[in-house]
Structures are given as structure tokens and as C-alpha cells.
Ligand binder design. Structure first.
Ligand code: NAP
Length: 248
């Protein structure tokens, strides 16, 4: 895999899975724009520059149209183009449906799904012109299976799947692919917030018997971003230790 001369944006890459994706894409040669809502993006961009790759941190809330416009304009002004967009930013606000507030529904839909619409729309015109592009969005196996307490999150992740399949069909003739990665249980701050009982229950559903690492997701992203994956589009790749197969 060689992503030299490719420019990638990874949303929500200040920590967790996004950080691992940004570092992996840089490892295989890409110039990487590290986006995050918080300051952690700066540290990841520094780590990448220490690998002798180009990198820029851009703080932006990807659920905001004006922030996304600034993210894309700054990237194009600095590096001239975007070849790879990884829609990774995501949050949870868990609650059973009957108790879920309008605010928690809206925020999760906005950060997890509206962001994918805004960022994908913002990069597509230029990708169409250059007749090459990769859009890789991080959903979740919960988007297919559903999960009690996560109506907002599961709906957003299911929406990413429909959106990706639509993008894949709209731009297939222009050399652009769009795919989803659906992680299972990956060890990050998001899952460290779960109660021990919930963690143990989830572990019981993983045939491989251990949680995935952010690096496991990053390896799959790098493959889908590469030239070698040119004939793969509109797909959902589960990175889940066999969890979806055992659960669904
Ligand atoms: P995480 O550790 O909570 O990291 C999420 C990152 O997104 C953080 O750096 C966060 O920034 C950033 N972010 C949040 N809101 C943002 C916004 N509005 N604009 C820009 N950046 C924003 O989560 P993770 O576990 O790495 O998850 C990454 C992705 O994988 C998410 O889409 C998640 O739904 C998905 N996923 C995770 C798992 C899992 O088991 N961990 C499973 C399935 C799917 P701050 O740190 O500043 O808040």
C-alpha cells in the first residue's frame, strides 16, 4: 500500500480510532489533515510531522456547515486537494427511547450523520473533477443490529450505511469509491466509559474473545483508501472479531 501524493482528511482524529487512522495513513505515505473539535488534534499532527510526513491540525465541529466549509477551504488552500475523506467523528448520548431528550437525539444525529453528509458533499465536487477519490465512513455494527439504549446512535449509524451506498452509486463512474467500516467493540475512551457488567456482556459476543484495537480499524481504512481497493465500493466491512456474525 502506498498513499504517497495522497491528501487525507480524518475527522475526529485527536484520539481513539481516528488518531490510529491518521497515523496509519501517514505511515503509508499520505499527507494528513487531523480534524478534531478539541486541542488533541495538534498533538497528533505533531506526531505525524515527526514521521517526516506533512500534517495540519484543523479544529472544527463537523456537525456545523460553516466549520466544515472552513475545514475544506483550509485543506485545499494548504495542500491543493483532498483525495481521501475518513468520516470518523462520533459521539454517544445513551438513554432508553422513552427517556431520550430531543437534544440528545439531535446532537448524536448531527455529529454522527449530518457530519458525513456535510463533509462528503464538500469534497465530492473536486474528487469528481480529478476522477479519483475515497470516502470511508466509520459506522458500527449497532447500525445494523440496533442496541437498547442507543436509538439515536444506531439510527445515525444506519443512516451512514444508506448515505454511503447512495454516494457509491452516484459517483462510481468518476473513479470514486465510498465504503463503510463497521467496528464491533474497540478499546477506546468511548467504550472505557461502559460499566464493567456491560463490557463483560459484550465480550461474551466476540468469537475472537478480545476487544479490537484502534489499529485494527486503521489497517482496514488504509486498505480501502489504497489503489488496491479500487474495485470495492458501497460495502460494509465489519471489523469486529466475528461479533456481527455471532450476534445478528
Ligand atoms: P472517541 O474515543 O470518543 O473519539 C471520538 C473523537 O471524535 C474524539 O477525538 C472527539 O473529540 C471527536 N469529536 C467528537 N465530536 C466531534 C465533532 N463534532 N467534530 C469533530 N470531532 C469530534 O471514539 P472512538 O471509539 O475512537 O470512535 C471513533 C468512531 O468509531 C466513532 O464514529 C464511533 O461511533 C465509531 N465506533 C467506535 C466503536 C468502539 O467500540 N469504540 C465501535 C463502533 C463504532 P474530543 O475528544 O475533543 O471530544
Amino acid at each position: 500500500m502506498d498513499l504517497s501524493n495522497r491528501v487525507a482528511i480524518v475527522t475526529g482524529s485527536g484520539r481513539g480510532i481516528g488518531r490510529a487512522i491518521a497515523l496509519k495513513l501517514a505511515e503509508v505515505g499520505a499527507t494528513v489533515v487531523v480534524n478534531d473539535i478539541g486541542e488533541a488534534a495538534q498533538g497528533v499532527a505533531e506526531e505525524i510531522r515527526a514521521m517526516s510526513r506533512q500534517s495540519l491540525a484543523i479544529l472544527a465541529d463537523v456537525s456545523s456547515s460553516s466549520d466544515v466549509a472552513r475545514l475544506m477551504e483550509t485543506t485545499k488552500a494548504t495542500y491543493g486537494k483532498v483525495d481521501i475523506l475518513v468520516n470518523n467523528a462520533g459521539i454517544t448520548r445513551d438513554q432508553i427511547l422513552v427517556r431520550m431528550s430531543d437534544e440528545d437525539w439531535d446532537r448524536v444525529l448531527n455529529v454522527n450523520l449530518r457530519s458525513v453528509f456535510l463533509c462528503s458533499r464538500a469534497v465530492l465536487r473536486q474528487m469528481i473533477k480529478q476522477r479519483w477519490g475515497r470516502i470511508i465512513s466509520i459506522a458500527s455494527i449497532v447500525g445494523v443490529a440496533g442496541n437498547p439504549g442507543q436509538a439515536n446512535y444506531a439510527s445515525a449509524k444506519a443512516g451512514i450505511i444508506g448515505l454511503t451506498r447512495t454516494i457509491a452509486r452516484e459517483v462510481a463512474s468518476r473513479g470514486i469509491t465510498a465504503n463503510v467500516i463497521a467496528p464491533g467493540f474497540i478499546d477506546t475512551e468511548m467504550t472505557q466509559r461502559l460499566e464493567e457488567k456491560q463490557r463483560q456482556e459484550l465480550m461474551g459476543h466476540i468469537p475472537l474473545g478480545y476487544p479490537g484495537s484502534p489499529r485494527d480499524v486503521a489497517e482496514a481504512v488504509a486498505f480501502l483508501a489504497s489503489e488496491e481497493a479500487r474495485y470495492i465500493t458501497g460495502q460494509i466491512l465489519n471489523v469486529d472479531g466475528g461479533m456481527a456474525g455471532a450476534w445478528l
